[in-house]
Ligand binder design. Sequence first.
Ligand code: GTP
Ligand code: SPV
Ligand code: MN
Length: 598
Amino acid sequence: MEYFPTTNKKLIDWVNRASRLCCPERIVWIDGSEEQRLALEKEAVASGEMVRLNKEKLPGCFLHRTAHDDVSRTEHLTFICTKRKRDAGPNNNWMLPARAYKKAKAIFKGAMSSRTMYVIPFSMGPVGSSFSKTGVEITDSLYVVLNMLIMTRCGSAVLRQLEKNDNFTKCLHSKAQLDINKRLILHFPEDNTIWSVGSGYGGNVLLGKKCLSLRIASYAAKKEKWMAEHMLILGIEEPNGHIEYIAAAFPSACGKTNLAMMVPPQGLKRKGYRIWTVGDDISWMRVDSDGSLWAINPETGFFGVAPGTNSKSNPNMVETIRRDTIYTNVLLKPDNTVWWEGADGEVPANGIDWKGNPWKPNIKDAQGNIIKGAHPNARFTSPIANCPSASFRLDQHHGVPISAIVFGGRREHVAPLIYESFNWQHGVFVGATMGSELTAAQVGKIGQVRRDPMAMLPFCGYNMADYFRHWLNMGKLMAKPPKIFHVNWFRTDEHGRFLWPGFCENLRILEWILDRCNNKVNAMETPIGYLPYPFDIDMTGLPLPSATMEKLFKVEKAEWLEEMKGICKFFRDFKMDMPRELWDEYGALLERLKKYGK
Ligand code: GTP
Ligand code: SPV
Ligand code: MN
């Protein structure tokens, strides 16, 4: 007779069913204790799943390598399984639930024989907060267990919660054969269930993250009138102690983590700002009794992009990942520390690359391409608590109030550095028409522009037309809706170089955003929205040529008219479901552009 540390019948039944399907050798319940974690780390090292890194230089840190074809989310193998195809919408791959369960069952069947099945009770959000959701992930991967221990609140406290309320998301994962041809990431929003099989990569397998906190949660949020968004949350504190919070949605690998923990630039030091990091990836937001929008970060860790992380681009992260961190697909140095392209210090003379092969700088593959030491989507998993800028309100049950929502994409052209929407409805249009160039975080051709509304295209668990409707409705529920802005840190010159230095300098733009929220500055009306008067951006210590500033703020009529074609095509995919209001905004923008200068 199996031992169950719970009396929750629904949970016991489900663990039994999963066990009959996957046939594990034994079942281990994760209790969240330090002793258990240390034992599991030892086991992972013994089995080769993890490499223990240099105990002096990187205490509590490990390296993990994934299969070579399992290095980013596989959107083409990710499905929303609803009774009606219409409910998944043109933005999702869809499968009928019965067919999806059947297909996946064939892969899950016996997949855990001679393996351990871990049962991880976890809470997204502070245990017991009205914002929070409970999940239980069943997995045969120690890597998943150790990552979930960093990314979520898990263990006995959650089980106690499940004694009172038996509502939880059933999350079943098995690495199975790690075969890309037998890989499926399935979401059943109508059953509050997630099945993921055949992968060992972050976003595919840490089921509390994108799968629960965005796809399943967005579906629940629409029903329950709240918002689950792909957004960072940061607080900006003035010397007088007043803190204002901003939530920002950028697509994967477009700068959320960097912005969330920026350090004020030298030129603005005199102003004495302090930045507080609440979250770097996911924001759950509710309208509170004061009529404004409040947000929590449901996670407790960062799953951040390693390449490019250094003490210039992100000093707070460099500090965070010195200990208690799991590194995935980075280069291993001879002294058992790690390196990636764009890391601090010298390029190592040799090492073991992310594929586990001996590596030297500039070595080439058979096709003559330089082999990278770390995969471009190499990541680290690290506790937020380690971050010097971690907000003191992380565990607050009702979160932080949001003054501004910022959308942003990676665009070489078209989008200016910053603009402000005219009102909530126009802001929803700005979010709904976001475009961005693909990065290493997605499978696909890097650099190609795709429409990525609210940075949620891969993460909205239902028909995006209904999601836009939900955004429009949320605006009506708020007495004080946040103002909505759009930024683009990635505009380039004719040589393809970034026009804007970005990173810490982005605070200058956030400053303008807050000034606008507090009615401190005027702005210039253009067809696309309000743009700053150049003198309203504090450029102290950042002498950019005025020609560069002009290019950064340029609204090019011809480019925008071209952009409108892409937007029109995208909107048309949603047919009659698309809210009228967004077509109205489209028409109004087209009219304004036609009348605009040259
Ligand atoms: P996910 O974790 O995938 O959701 O991504 P993210 O949005 O958190 O991305 P992250 O902050 O890790 O940024 C990844 C890439 O954006 C890195 O290559 C950074 O160097 C680059 N980046 C971030 N901020 C800026 C910026 O202000 N300017 C420029 N040019 N690049 C930036
Ligand atoms: C993203 O791709 O947006 C990430 C990484 O944050 S993953 O968790 O893999 O989705
Ligand atoms: Mn993300």
